[in-house]
Every structure is written in structure tokens, then in C-alpha cells.
Design a protein around this ligand. Structure first.
Ligand code: GLU
Length: 212
């Protein structure tokens, strides 16, 4: 279980990268970041190994006011760029990062996702496809995530973004911690408050089963 950092409402790149670095001591094998500037520009970058390798890949224009980042400790699939998070749904609309293990991912894949093209070997990717599936009937991303996590067995801390409304992040936790940090005109989230101590001291902890 490694690191998650999310930012809404602030130049996000540095906050995400610094936050992930504060969680480096936990160990990880790869890292990734998704940035969206709400002006039609978005960037997804992943690298195997150190966060420094990810930083080397980032071009100067890669910035956003919404960002999600992840350091991965592989449980399903090798530590490769393809398996690094964030992952996204088949329609390319929903991006997410995930800490933990989805124990019934094969069952979910067989039951609901036959015919879906998976781009990674991770258990995580199943969540992205389920969110896409649930969104067909849900009134909001919040509802789609609530319906999705009800089907998951195992441990998750997950953050989901809808490219149609990238000013908002939906988080859910069960078995893996998630904390929300409050700023002024900006909010943050992380798998550990340590990641956010440079940007806020006001925190709210999600309870088991919460979606926010
Ligand atoms: N089970 C997921 C994977 O292998 C997430 C691992 C983690 O918590 O970093 O990609």
C-alpha cells in the first residue's frame, strides 16, 4: 500500500510531487501523475522507479489545477509503465489511482467486463471500467463510485476523476486510509496526512466505507 495525493484548485504538480516524496519512505516501484488545467489541457505521465524518474519525464508545460498522483507497490502485474497508476476507463473518461488489493477483480472482470480491453495487468483497472459501467445509469460520479465500491472485495483507497468535470475528485476508502485536507479555495487529499503537511494542517479523515 503506497501513496496517493490529490489536489483541486491550485497549481497541482508541485503539491502532488512533494506529497508523494513525503511518502517515499514507504517504498514503491513506480509512480504516475495526471494533471488537468480545466482549459482543455491534460497530461498523464508514468515512470518506473523513483519519483525523480517521473519528474525527468515531465515537460515544463505539464501543469494543472487538478492533479492526482500515485506511488505503486505492485501486487498484480509487474512494475511497468503500463501497470503504473493512474488508470483510466475504456472510454477514456474516468481516471483513477488506487491503493490496496481488489480480491474479486477476476470475478468482476468475468461477470461485468467481458469484451472490455484492459491496458494493464492490475486489479485496479477493473475499478475504472466499473465506474464507466455504473455511470451509464448513475446521476453523478459520486453515485457511480458508491455503486462501484459496493461490488469491491478487498482493500481500497481510491480517487476518481471525470474528465467531463475535472474540478472535482471523488474518493472512497475501505481498508486503506484517505485523508482530506482543507485549504483556502483549494482542497487536497492523500493516503496519509504526512503528504500534505506543507500545504495544510486542517484535515478530515474518511471512515471505513466512506465516499466523499
Ligand atoms: N493492487 C494495485 C496494483 O497492483 C495497487 C497497489 C498499491 O497499493 O500500490 O497496481
Amino acid at each position: 500500500m503506497c501513496g496517493i495525493v490529490g489536489v483541486v484548485g491550485k497549481p497541482a504538480r508541485e503539491v502532488v510531487l512533494n506529497g508523494l516524496k513525503n511518502l517515499e519512505y514507504r517504498g514503491y516501484d513506480s509512480a504516475g501523475i495526471y494533471l488537468n488545467d480545466l482549459q482543455g489541457h491534460e497530461y498523464l505521465t508514468k515512470a518506473v522507479g523513483r519519483i525523480a524518474n517521473l519528474e525527468e519525464k515531465l515537460t515544463p508545460e505539464e501543469e494543472g489545477t487538478t492533479g492526482i498522483g500515485h506511488t505503486r507497490w505492485a501486487t498484480h502485474g509487474q512494475p511497468t509503465v503500463e501497470n503504473a497508476h493512474p488508470h483510466y476507463s475504456e472510454d477514456g473518461r474516468f481516471y483513477l489511482v488506487h491503493n490496496g488489493v481488489i480480491e474479486n477483480y477476476l470475478e468482476l472482470k468475468e461477470k461485468y467486463l467481458a469484451g472490455v480491453h484492459f491496458k494493464s495487468e492490475t486489479d485496479t483497472e477493473v475499478i475504472a471500467h466499473l465506474v464507466e459501467w455504473e455511470m451509464r445509469t448513475a446521476a453523478s460520479l459520486m453515485e457511480a463510485v458508491q455503486k462501484t465500491v459496493k461490488q469491491l472485495e478487498g482493500a481500497y483507497g481510491t480517487v476518481v476523476l471525470d474528465r467531463k468535470d475535472p474540478s472535482r475528485l471523488v474518493v472512497a476508502r475501505s481498508g486503506s486510509p484517505i485523508v482530506i485536507g482543507f485549504g483556502v479555495g483549494e482542497n487536497f487529499l492523500a493516503s496519509d496526512q504526512l503528504a500534505l503537511l506543507n500545504v495544510t494542517r486542517r484535515f478530515m479523515y474518511l471512515e471505513e466505507g466512506d465516499v466523499a
